[in-house]
Design a binder for this molecule. Sequence first.
Ligand code: FES
Length: 161
Amino acid sequence: MDTQTQRILTDDMIAEIRDMYQHFPVKKAACIEALKLIQKHHRWVSDQAVQELAEVLDMSPDEIDSVATFYNLIFRKPVGRHVILICDSVSCWIMGYEKIADYLKQKLGIQFGETTPDGRFTLIPICCLGTCDRAPAMFIDEDLHRDLTVEQIDAILERYP
Ligand code: FES
């Protein structure tokens, strides 16, 4: 790597990742936790971060990328200030997910996987959030919103400037 390039993984982060893999029989077992750590610091995981993590975990960048792509809470492109994760699993489907999703897309002017032009929201579908008895449901950042109706959406979004 070009030594002039600003590194994504700081010495502290690398030390933390090393500490993670001490607890596993192979370094690569720490991959998801390491990706989460990078995302905690940078909000998403860039190609450069993948490259650097590959060096630390003795994996290829492709291997890291397939883990990151499989695990849909790892963001491989920049996200907005707030991330909406809307459940598209069966209970939420039955209880009106489609209306909520359509309203969100129309209100925000984006499709799934996209970020609003002002950088405020990213909208992502996700499988069951484990609150099926209160479907439909979505997370915005760390907040779980349940028993959703279209009528509530505007007021909910206003809480996230
Ligand atoms: S199906 Fe949506 S929370 Fe379980």
